[in-house]
Design a protein around this ligand. Structure first.
Ligand SMILES: Cc1cc2nc3c(=O)[nH]c(=O)nc-3n(C[C@H](O)[C@H](O)[C@H](O)COP(=O)(O)O)c2cc1C
Length: 179
C-alpha cells in the first residue's frame, strides 16, 4: 500500500492546519498508509553540524525517502511559509555526503501536495512561494492545491469546521495524490 507522509507547517497544539490534515486522513480512509512527520526536534540548519549527518536528520530523511508522496498543510506567515518548515526543507535539500551534488537528495523527484489554512487570502502567498521553493529543490509539486480561509468564528473556538464545498476541494486533492 502507498505511503503518504503528512507535514504540518504549524507547531501550534490546536493548529487549524492539523485539523484540515485530520479531515484529509479521513477522506483517504484506508486507501493509503498515512503518517505525520514529527520534525519538532530538528536542529536549525548549520553547516558546521551537517557532517556527519545528525541522527535526527537521518531519521527524517529516511521517513521522507520511504514515502510515496508528501502532503504539506501549512499556515501563511507574513505572506510566506513558516521558518521551521523552511528549515526542514533546507535539510531535505542537502546531500548526505559532503559536496556530493550528483546523488539525488531524498526530496528529489518526490511528489508533494500542498494545502493551507490561514487568513482571508487562504494562504495564496505562502503556497506560491512554497511551490517555488519545492520546485527549486527538485520536488514535483502536484497541480491541485487547496487554500482555506479560516472563518472569524473559528478563531474564538479554535475549531475549524469545513464546509461541504471545502471538503469537496480536499477530496479532489486526495484523489490527485492517490493517483
Ligand atoms: C508570524 C505570523 C505571521 C502571520 N502572517 C499571516 C499572513 O501573512 N497571512 C495570513 O493569512 N495569516 C497570517 N498569520 C496568521 C496565521 O494564518 C494563523 O495564525 C493560522 O491560524 C496559523 O495556522 P495554524 O492554526 O495551523 O497554527 C500569521 C501568524 C503568525 C504567527
Amino acid at each position: 500500500m502507498k505511503k503518504i507522509l503528512f507535514i504540518i507547517g504549524s507547531l501550534r497544539a490546536q493548529s487549524f492546519n492539523r485539523q484540515v490534515a485530520k479531515v484529509a486522513k479521513e477522506l483517504i480512509d484506508n486507501r493509503a498508509v498515512v503518517e505525520e512527520l514529527d520534525y519538532s526536534s530538528l536542529p536549525l540548519l548549520n553547516q558546521d553540524i551537517e557532517q556527519p549527518e545528525p541522527k535526527e536528520v537521518a531519521r527524517i530523511r529516511k521517513a521522507v525517502a520511504e514515502a510515496d508522496a508528501l502532503w504539506i498543510f501549512t499556515p501563511e506567515y507574513n505572506m510566506s511559509y513558516p521558518g521551521h518548515l523552511k528549515n526542514l526543507l533546507d535539510w531535505l535539500s542537502r546531500p548526505v555526503v559532503a559536496m556530493d551534488y550528483g546523488t539525488p537528495t531524498c526530496i528529489n523527484g518526490k511528489k508533494v501536495a500542498i494545502a493551507g489554512a490561514g487568513g482571508k487570502a487562504a494562504t495564496a502567498g505562502c503556497r506560491a512561494k512554497l511551490t517555488e521553493l519545492l520546485t527549486f529543490i527538485k520536488a514535483e509539486v502536484l497541480p491541485i492545491q487547496v487554500g482555506i480561509a479560516v472563518p472569524a468564528e473559528a478563531w474564538g473556538t479554535n475549531l475549524l469546521v469545513l464546509s461541504e464545498e471545502q471538503k469537496q476541494e480536499l477530496k479532489g486533492l486526495v484523489e490527485q495524490i492517490l493517483e
